[in-house]
Write a protein that binds this ligand. Structure first.
Ligand code: ZN
Length: 348
């Protein structure tokens, strides 16, 4: 089990540069590869100026996707360039490629997210895409270091923050699923990992229902950042994504697979959170109010999917990762049962 050795949550350029300096001084890297996107390179010129003109040799690699081609390009670059440190600067796709390539090539990976849109910023999981609709979750290692600049992530679109909040709240329901499989003795249960993941979700739930997402404070951003980091650490401790991924994620994956909606991960997870709350019969009113107050979806119609079609997604969700026992399998859902459940949510 590997967890981040350095975690810095900074508030400005000066603190961010100091955080990198601290790591460089302690670890003495010889050659840095900075994996990023064109958009991040343009937005964060000050950071690239600092990293590329540092006393340590550094090169920049631009990638735009998180598919196998981007992964091969990154692996080849690391191999040919004899890099011993990789810094991923960007959103989830960039970080996933940098994380997985660093893991394969056994070099240290520093995660510098530009978005707080999901818990991949510090998790050992990397999603590699193959084509437009298909993606594969691969197990790697947690980043060696995580640096989150609150100014950078706070300046990003509010949709990214909402996505991160939805993904973090999922831990609340994933930990309930963990209790279900614990009782059933269906799977190995890790109390520490489940406890950390559950506690991490409480950094935003239910209090964030009172915040104004367009005027999110530094302190609130700090809560979200820590929540997502702890979520990643919980996955490392468990050795899998179970503490942060239960029925709600199965529903999210089913929606992605069947409908390819153009919304962020945390939005489809948020719909899964509502379904999971109603299946567990816990936090039903609270999760509906939470999502409504923030502008996260409650029902499938909120992201443009008709109820009749969404039923298929909920039923299909039970077939995803059959090894992962959740409330979906426990309830043995039927089409009629799902429709009744959706009616109940509508009435809330
Ligand atoms: Zn997630």
């Amino acid at each position: 089990m590997k967890i981040p050795q350095y975690i810095y949550i900074t508030e400005n350029k000066k603190e961010t540069k100091e955080a990198f300096e601290c790591i460089f001084q302690s670890e003495q890297p010889e050659k840095l590869l900075i994996v990023t996107s064109g958009a991040s390179a343009r937005k964060l010129k000050w950071l690239f100026g600092f990293l590329l003109s540092n006393r340590i040799k550094a090169e920049k690699l631009l990638i735009e996707r998180s598919d196998k081609r981007a992964l091969e390009k990154t692996l080849e670059k690391i191999k040919k360039g004899s890099f011993d440190f990789c810094i991923g600067i960007g959103g989830g796709k960039i970080l996933d490629i940098a994380k997985y390539a660093s893991y394969v090539e056994k070099i240290k990976f520093v995660s510098f997210p530009t978005l707080l849109s999901h818990d991949g910023i510090a998790s050992p999981v990397a999603v590699i895409r193959d084509g437009k609709h298909w993606s594969e979750s691969r197990t790697a290692e947690s980043p060696f270091a995580v640096i989150i600049d609150l100014k950078t992530v706070g300046d990003a679109a509010t949709a990214s923050l909402l996505s991160g909040i939805g993904d973090l709240v999922a831990n609340l329901f994933a930990s309930m699923d963990a209790e279900v499989y614990k009782k059933k003795n269906k799977e190995e249960y890790n109390a520490l990992a489940t406890g950390i993941a559950h506690s991490a979700s409480l950094l935003v739930f239910p209090d964030f229902s009172k915040i104004s997402i367009n005027k999110i404070s530094k302190n609130e951003l700090r809560h979200l950042a820590w929540g997502l980091i702890l979520s990643g650490i919980a996955m490392s401790i468990a050795g899998n994504s179970k503490p942060a991924s239960g029925a709600e994620h199965k529903i999210s994956h089913a929606i992605d697979y069947l409908f390819s909606p153009s919304v962020s991960h945390g939005f489809t997870v948020s719909i899964g959170n509502v379904i999971s709350a109603f299946l567990h019969q816990k936090f039903r009113q609270e999760i509906v109010e939470f999502n409504l107050s923030l502008g996260l979806p409650v029902l499938c119609e909120d992201i443009g999917i008709k109820k009749e079609k969404f039923v298929d997604a909920v039923l299909y969700a039970g077939k995803i990762r059959p090894d992962r026992y959740t409330i979906l399998e426990e309830k043995k859902l039927t089409k009629k049962g799902v429709l009744k459940l959706l009616d109940k949510i509508e009435e809330t």
